[in-house]
Design a protein around this ligand. Sequence first.
Ligand code: T6T
Length: 334
Amino acid sequence: MSSTTSPTSRKRALLAATTAVLALAATASCSSSGSPGPAAGAGGKKIAMITGVKSDPFYITMTCAAQAEAKAKGIGFTADGSAQWDVSVQRPLIDSVGAAHPDGLMISPVDTAALTPSLKQIQASGTKIALVDTSVTDTSVGITRISSDNEKGGQVAADALAKQMGEKGSVIVISVKPGISTTDARIKGFSEEMAKYPGIKVLPTLYDNDLPATAASQIQSTLAAHPDLGGVFAGNTNTGQGVATGLAQAGKQGVVKVAAFDAEPDEITALKNGTLQVLVAQDPAAIGVQAVDELAAAFAGKPVQASIGTTMVAITKDNLNDPQIAKYVYKAAC
Ligand code: T6T
């Protein structure tokens, strides 16, 4: 990691207070002051952003907030994203952005290793990289890494789901694909926490390549093979959507309990109609804003926080209308 940590004086804790369900406090996060107005040293600077999947409300919410923060600081901003979660789709985007030599690049790499050579080349040419949401194994890439505490989020999903299931029955994890830093951490946290419930049997994890239709058919074939299926952990938005569809098609909504990561509009609808029971919502807007703030600090030669954790909340039907919770619902457009 090519940066120094910032002095504690710049620490700013972002903690979301929730009522009925756990607030997953961030590790103390800090950033340069988010004060509006052209940031010193930022004049004429440009930031490019590449998200994991352009149409994903998680990344749309992040992009909207980053765009607004960049504008407030007088920094040029462009954003793009992959059409789907695939290295071969994201790599050309990285290479074309790299050729433009932006001052800063905010990126959610879709793999922990495959894109590292391209990112190191861009970094070596002088572009400062902020890893947002996902990251890469090579710690020399990026001046800052900003994401939720995904392992903690998986643990909270496990405890919430076990409670919903009466601590008995079979549970399955469905996620995107192996090799994604965030969803891998969620599965790790979930599996380790679920091991504390001897009455619950964890079935082998399935991967849907971020395709809701795949998740829907996977949940139906799992129900056929395991009639005692009592719970599902869905690792992200598209998986949560697909699991909800599959359970509805099987007439099992509300019977099989579901904890899903994220809080995009379709997941909120499924929460309201009782198909999903718990959503572990992240704060993609805070990730986007703090990435811009750290890049602006770097442009100005100020210290940069190497690692920033942002908050998450667990949303249920009972607390969804709490204003402190509702603000975590993702946007489908700015
Ligand atoms: O869950 C988020 C993100 O944190 C993850 O890295 C990939 O999937 C999402 O974008 C939701 O689809």
